[in-house]
Design a protein around this ligand. Sequence first.
Ligand SMILES: Nc1ncnc2c1ncn2[C@@H]1O[C@H](COP(=O)(O)OP(=O)(O)OP(=O)(O)O)[C@@H](O)[C@H]1O
Ligand SMILES: [Mg+2]
Length: 319
Amino acid sequence: MEPVGVGQQSVIGGLSTQTCAIAGGKGGVGKSLVSVSLAYWLGRLKKDVVLMDGDLGGANLHTMLGMRIPKRNLDDFILKRVDSLEDILLPTSMSNVRLLAGGSEIPALANPNFAQKSRILRGMKRISADMLLVDLGAGASLNTLDLFLACPRKIVVMTPQPTSIQNAYGFIKSAFFRNVSRSLRQTPLKGLFDVSARADDPIPQSVEEVLQEVSVGAPEALEDVRASIEDLRIELIVNMARDAKEFRVGEMIREVCMKFLGLQVHALGTVPYDRTLENWAKTMDKGSLGKDSGSEALRAVYEIAYDIIGSEDRQRRAA
Ligand SMILES: Nc1ncnc2c1ncn2[C@@H]1O[C@H](COP(=O)(O)OP(=O)(O)OP(=O)(O)O)[C@@H](O)[C@H]1O
Ligand SMILES: [Mg+2]
């Protein structure tokens, strides 16, 4: 099967502004727990939410929601047993939240071919909901990056641990370069960031260096590249923060991205480490999320959900 690579991105784009990717360079940082908690609050705030398991190679969001074997999942859509992703959405115990469960029948789906990826993106475009939340797998594979970049709203989840900070920064950098190479695929600079293609020539490391190289090698693409960089809006959620210093990590990463990449990222919020949420994840008692109104983490996610709704409303009014 042919993995989707540079030059095949025509299927990307066009997803509605209410589609939000939740990614992160590292496993276990809380992407799924943050996705579920966001879905919970958005649902409680009367939004019609679809929570999609976008971890194509290791789907397990349904387990977190207390479903052992989901009745329908992405396999049914990929194998054309149903025509629409709407047909496989499952109700959850959270009000106004439906689940699009990941599949497990197709081993190669971790690395979908072009047709499969196009079908998934086309299907996503047709989902009718106020908000589609896509919980992505860990890592920065091209497929994960492409799914991330296809979503108008892009959230990176990280923890304050140094390895997670490093991975989150690496993920943001990879997304940035992947985004630029998409604008260059019809130009002589196609493959600009392929290490193998450059031999001793160093790869540009920042917005400024990229623009400099494009202005020399493909001036006709300069405006497109500039626009693609301006459009790339990445938001950060720091999860499992334990003290005041860790609450400042989001702001620190924002500054680092600006200083070294020249890229504007936005610190969306910080979620504290919270034993209640940890216990909920352990028991996976599907009905109990939100029962403990003392959960600090859930309160923090509420603020984030509220901000997301506010900014979506502002965007809609401006459009
Ligand atoms: N705010 C939090 N407070 C306490 N524990 C948390 C919090 N967020 C996540 N955890 C713990 O981290 C574990 C991993 O969370 P989760 O499964 O959401 O990570 P993930 O990033 O989706 O992992 P994967 O990369 O494997 O998909 C949870 O089971 C829970 O124990
Ligand atoms: Mg997960």
